[in-house]
Design a protein around this ligand. Structure first.
Ligand code: 6AU
Length: 273
């Protein structure tokens, strides 16, 4: 793992352009916060993106939970991403056979590939899902070449999650095999120690996004389990994903700043070692 290096150093060394941008943004804005803006009104989503934009590296969306979705939202989101210099991560969790996910990712009602810099998938279907998404991103006529990347959901934060053991191992194996498109994982622990059939890459530097982050709560009534920004970063998280801890409090801007500060200080402590 390269987690002892600074974001700036990792930006210089990384071979994937999206990972490079991500690290450059973190370094420039001094933030490793990803806000999970799980609100259901388009206006509220855009308002959050504009107000929290200065303090975050990535805005994570669940675009299908908007109850007044229209394609103009996507244009507005892209504009805000450019204005505040953050990436957009659509948390779509693709989970189907290759042929289906290709159509869900590129085209379709939501045109995800046209606006989401980053998407994620689960490993439940096996290697084919990663193979299919990689193939789409590498097509001759794919318009966003080198501007898109995939994260594999390698573990889950919910109680009783089955994303463990062999599932997690195959996640790492596929990330190594398709590292041109896969830049890392959504997971709650570092995964570089996992041995797979595919050897670790020379200069391997997967980006670890950790969710289930909240400064004030230990969990919710539906099985979500939380840790703090500090513990997540100390455990290896490069980026911390926080939803309700930021958007569902009385002052989301103050909250975003607090997560930014705790996450950044934990990062500084980690790279100083
Ligand atoms: O901070 P919260 O609990 O309000 O929101 C957490 C966000 C939600 C979940 O859909 C997502 O993180 N998430 C994920 C992701 C990012 O893929 C994986 C997981 O294991 N747990 C989890 O909560 O938008």
């Amino acid at each position: 793992s390269k987690s002892h290096l600074t974001y700036g150093e990792r930006a210089k060394q990384h071979t994937n352009p999206v990972a490079r941008r991500l690290f450059e943004i973190a370094e420039a804005k001094e933030t490793n916060v990803v806000v999970s803006a799980d609100v259901t009104r388009a206006g509220e989503l855009l308002d959050l993106a504009d107000r929290l934009g200065p303090y975050i590296a990535v805005l994570k969306t669940h675009i299908d939970i908007l109850d007044n979705f229209s394609p103009t939202v996507l244009e507005d989101l892209k504009e805000l991403a450019a204005k505040h210099n953050f990436l957009i991560f659509e948390d779509r969790k693709f989970v189907d056979i290759g042929n289906t996910v290709q159509k869900q990712y590129h085209g379709g009602a939501l045109q995800i590939s046209s606006w989401a810099d980053i998407v994620n998938c689960t490993m439940l279907p096996g290697e084919g899902i990663v193979q299919a998404l990689t193939q789409t991103a590498e097509r001759e006529d794919f318009p966003y070449k080198d501007q898109r990347a995939l994260l594999i959901l390698a573990t889950m934060t919910s109680k009783g999650s089955l994303a463990t053991g062999e599932y997690t191992k195959v996640s790492v194996e596929c990330a190594r095999k398709y590292s041109r498109f896969v830049i890392g994982f959504v997971a709650s622990r570092t995964l570089g120690d996992i041995e797979t059939e595919v050897s670790p890459l020379e200069n391997e530097d997967f980006v670890l996004f950790t969710t289930g982050v909240n400064m004030a709560s230990k969990g919710d009534k539906l099985g979500q389990q939380y840790q703090t920004p500090k513990s997540a970063v100390e455990a290896g998280a490069d980026f911390i994903i926080a939803g309700r801890g930021i958007y569902a409090v009385s002052d989301p801007v103050a909250s975003a700043k607090a997560y930014k500060e705790e996450g950044w200080n934990a990062y500084l402590g980690r790279v100083a070692k």
